[in-house]
Design a protein around this ligand. Structure first.
Ligand code: LMR
Length: 398
């Protein structure tokens, strides 16, 4: 029996607020109204409202089950062939040949972001990560959890629907050499407002000149304007900078969300530094998940190594991308106040809605979106896109 005065360690814990995006999934699922519209969490939905497993994934899974001989450990770097196949998709053929860029398989894009933060912390506890606001709500927790400070700067103004590029450049101008800047490679989450090629070039010049290290989050490649266009900005900044990090995810573009499949690539100043970096990535990974889960990466490897499966996967991502673009165009055509949505990319855009308006839309129309006014464009269906547009326009601030 414990003494009455015994310390009750876990009784000291405060209650944690639930993750707002994950809570939305539960709230939307529990709503019995058949006409409800779930545009909360970022998952792709097809015309029937389902989130299909891509054909190529199904086939690759069958091949994997048939042919896999062992599930013995692979090591902290994960599936090396998977890394070799992802590298040119992210960096192009020239980048893939750059031996200053090393890669490691991670549990999804979240694992890659967290591991990147661990590497920063190992290198310099004083280094700070600049981040444009608003950003994905999990960026702060993932990076700060490793003990790395984040410094916000304005990125987007929801009222005028514009990127605050001068403010962003001002923040880069004030950063210390050795600081990092978190950049959304494409399909900005939550705003959908991506940097244009001129802006990427200006950022590439500025980070190179000032010794700032780009830390790119590339979670939606292929779902904005195709694989090449979606990686163009990332390639520009990585090429320009002496050192860089890219957190990549296959969860969305392979439709394997719960398999947690991603990678972290880091560019060192030279081959020797890159090797040392890889050693640190492996030892930090060992302290967190030891080795990444295999299934998703094995499936991706099978697809990318097979010309037919790869072509089919590409075709399906192209269809997904076209569906997103089509829904964007339909929203834009509905009302001129929604016209800006067509020029944005990926799954998300933001509506200028007050938190109260978001709650009202939930109560009166069963529309589930994030409190910030972010909505998942591709959570809409052909049937409800008009209904959604009519309801939100009524409540918009401007
Ligand atoms: C989202 O932003 O909805 C997705 O990235 C899912 C998540 O993990 O939050």
């Amino acid at each position: 029996m414990a003494e009455a005065s015994a310390v009750k360690l876990f009784d000291r814990l405060d209650e944690q607020p639930s993750d707002s995006l994950l809570q939305l999934i539960a709230l939307a699922n529990a709503d019995p109204r058949p006409e409800k519209i779930d545009v909360g969490v970022g998952v792709y939905r097809d015309a029937t409202g389902g989130t299909p497993i891509p054909r190529a994934v199904k086939k690759a899974e069958a091949i994997l089950i048939e042919t896999q001989q062992t599930k013995a450990y692979l090591g902290s770097q994960g599936d090396i062939r998977f890394i070799e196949l992802i590298k040119p998709i992210v960096f192009g053929e020239a980048g893939a040949a750059d031996d200053r860029i090393v890669g490691i398989q991670t549990p999804g894009g979240c694992g890659a972001l967290r591991l990147g933060a661990e590497l920063i912390e190992a290198a310099d506890r004083q280094a700070r990560v600049l981040v444009g606001q608003p950003t994905w709500p999990n960026h702060g927790p993932l990076i700060e959890c490793a003990g790395v400070e984040m410094v916000g700067h304005p990125y987007y103004d929801a009222k005028s629907r514009t990127i605050l590029f001068d403010e962003m450049m001002g923040a880069i101008g004030k950063a210390r050499s050795g600081d990092l800047i978190l950049l959304h490679g494409c399909c900005h989450n939550p705003t959908g407002a991506d940097l244009n090629p001129d802006q990427w070039r200006a950022i590439a010049d500025a980070v190179a000149k000032r010794g700032i290290i780009p830390f790119v989050d590339l979670a939606y490649q292929g779902l904005g304007n195709g694989f090449e266009a979606d990686a163009a900005g990332t390639r520009l900044v990585v090429e320009a900078a002496d050192q860089a990090l890219v957190a990549q995810s296959c969860d969305k573009n392979f439709g394997i969300y719960r398999e947690r499949t991603g990678s972290l690539f880091v560019k060192g100043s030279n081959r020797r530094t890159a090797e040392i970096i890889l050693g640190h990535l492996q030892s930090r990974a060992r302290t967190m998940w030891s080795m990444p889960p295999d299934h998703g990466a094995a499936v991706v490897r099978i697809i990318l190594d097979d010309a037919e499966l790869r072509a089919d996967w590409n075709a399906e991502v192209t269809e997904m991308c076209a569906r997103i673009r089509n829904l964007r165009a339909r929203l834009a055509g509905y009302d001129e106040r929604l016209a800006y949505i067509e020029g944005q990319n990926g799954m998300f855009s933001m509506l200028p809605l007050s938190p109260q308006a978001v709650l009202d839309l939930r109560a009166s129309h069963g529309i589930y979106m994030a409190g910030s006014g972010r909505f998942n464009v591709v959570g809409l269906s052909d049937e409800n896109v008009g209904r959604f547009a009519a309801a939100v326009v009524e409540k918009m601030d401007g």
